[in-house]
Design a protein. Structure first.
Length: 202
């Protein structure tokens, strides 16, 4: 599947090599750190790498002095994949010290360009958060609530969601005003990518 996406997502030889090295590092540390679900290891490329790459289609271009924040990044998904694919505005937020150490190790070994914050998202203060991404952090309402101190009128959220996404949207609409667009995931018939904008508390 990756070969079929090489042209669509500009996965050149250098980036493919970095992605392969990143996958090896995840597998090497999986047993001690539980970075990804055990059942997904055998299908890591589709379940995690391609699943992360696909959101490139929905991300705005980088803005000077603005940042893309990956909340609850865990193994670095999707943030590290986005950095490998050429983004230079990535900040990874991970509260686990051990997983944060892994993220820094990957950065050093692969010579990547991103920042790691080993803190709870509620304790992080960053100006100019332009984009928030998240794959498996929490419900939409909890994600917005825990990041509200970082969200401005310009902030866009691009998040992976499963088949119950409409329930989460309805629950979140009780607390916040926002607009959203839905895109079908290319890795799962039951999943979607949501692009949420214009977030305001009711």
């Amino acid at each position: 599947m990756l070969n079929a996406l090489e042209k669509a997502y500009d996965v050149n030889k250098e980036r493919k090599k970095l992605l392969e090295s990143y996958v090896r590092l995840i597998k090497k540390s999986q047993e001690s750190l539980n970075l990804i679900g055990r059942s997904t290891i055998s299908n890591i490329w589709e379940r995690h790498i391609i699943d992360s790459i696909q959101i490139l289609n929905y991300l705005p271009k980088e803005k000077k002095n603005s940042f893309l924040l990956d909340v609850g990044t865990g193994a670095g998904l999707p943030g590290i994949v986005l950095a490998i694919m050429g983004r230079h505005d990535v900040i990874l937020c991970e509260k686990s010290p051990k997983k944060s150490y892994f993220l820094k190790k990957v950065r050093k070994e692969l010579s990547l360009n991103y920042t790691v914050h080993n803190r709870r998202i509620e304790d992080i203060i960053i100006k100019n958060v332009f984009i928030i991404v998240s794959r498996a952090y929490a419900s939409i309402s909890k994600l917005i609530l825990s990041n509200m101190h970082l969200i401005s009128k310009e902030t866009i959220l691009v998040i992976h969601k499963g088949k119950k996404y409409m329930e989460e949207i309805k629950d979140t609409k009780k607390i916040f005003f926002f607009s959203y667009k839905k895109f079908k995931s290319i890795t799962s018939n039951e999943s979607v990518i949501l692009k949420i904008e214009n977030v305001e508390k009711r």
